[in-house]
Design a protein around this ligand. Structure first.
Ligand code: ATP
Ligand code: MG
Length: 245
């Protein structure tokens, strides 16, 4: 049985899409069958980050009732990794009903080892529907106090709603000398720190090339961190642990 994992944060731009793409590809390389879903309905960009820009049918068509989810699943050039892209034009955004996200996404669980849901930031309706399509959640934050507290709030809400919070990714660490150190961040977040991803120009360069950093520069510090995250996520069975515990 697969796992449905939402990738979420309080503030925008923390690295959710980057984490979704790199984690998916890293787990694919480990032999797991992975589906990455772009559930950021108003600002879809996962397919660009993963190098697919010619999708005909998208998640938006499914949420508008114009297509079946199977028509919106694409094989990628990455081993074992499949993608559900979103549309970028506003007409499609207006027609897509975000409330249908959970009922569209949850049935995909048995067919993949991992389904990752790239969510919009915050706690608005679009974000809530995307996040609630998962059963587990990985939070992504940057090492700034307002960013950490906002992400913590999202974690609290999702935990109350019944999701298993696996922990958080401390992304873009080392950009400023005022960065909150990992131990302090973990204390504030009150959930496990999964990995520290350093600020790495290779990550941004990779994004611009449309090839995530684990493929673009696998020996870079950024890529190494995402490989470590993949190991960690495959090791901890969040929901199972919760059910047994
Ligand atoms: N570790 C890193 N080092 C350097 N740049 C990074 C790192 N992580 C992410 N970035 C860059 O930060 C920008 C924002 O990342 P990303 O799009 O993944 O964030 P997001 O949380 O999905 O944003 P949004 O909330 O808008 O969806 C991108 O240009 C990305 O390349
Ligand atoms: Mg994003």
């Amino acid at each position: 049985m697969g796992r449905l994992i939402s990738i979420a944060s309080g503030k925008g731009g923390t690295g959710k899409t980057t984490t979704t793409a790199n984690l998916s590809i890293a787990l694919g390389k480990m032999g797991y069958k992975v589906l990455a879903i772009d559930a950021d309905l108003t600002m879809a960009n996962l397919s660009l980050v993963m190098g697919i820009d010619d999708a005909d049918v998208t998640l938006h068509d499914v949420l508008a009732g114009d297509a079946h989810i199977r028509e919106a699943i694409y094989a990628t050039s990455y081993e074992n990794v499949f993608l559900v892209p979103g549309a970028v034009d506003w007409e499609h955004v207006l027609k897509a009903d975000p409330r249908r996200l959970p009922s569209v996404i949850k049935p995909l669980k048995p067919e993949y080892d991992f389904v990752f849901i790239d969510c919009p930031a915050g706690l608005q309706m679009d974000a809530m529907n995307a996040m609630m399509s998962g059963e587990e959640v990985i939070l992504v934050t940057n090492p700034e106090i307002s960013c950490i507290t906002d992400t913590m709030k999202v974690g609290i809400v999702l935990k109350k709603a019944g999701l298993a919070v696996l922990g958080f990714v401390l992304n873009r660490y080392g950009r400023s000398e005022n960065d909150i150190p990992p131990e302090a961040a973990e204390e504030v977040m009150e959930v496990p720190l999964l990995v520290v991803v350093p600020e790495d120009p290779k990550v941004r360069e990779a994004t611009l090339e449309g090839v995530p950093v684990v493929e673009y520069a696998p020996d870079s510090e950024g890529a190494k961190a995402f490989f470590k995250l993949a190991e960690e996520i495959s090791r901890i069975a969040g929901l199972k642990a919760k059910v047994i515990g």
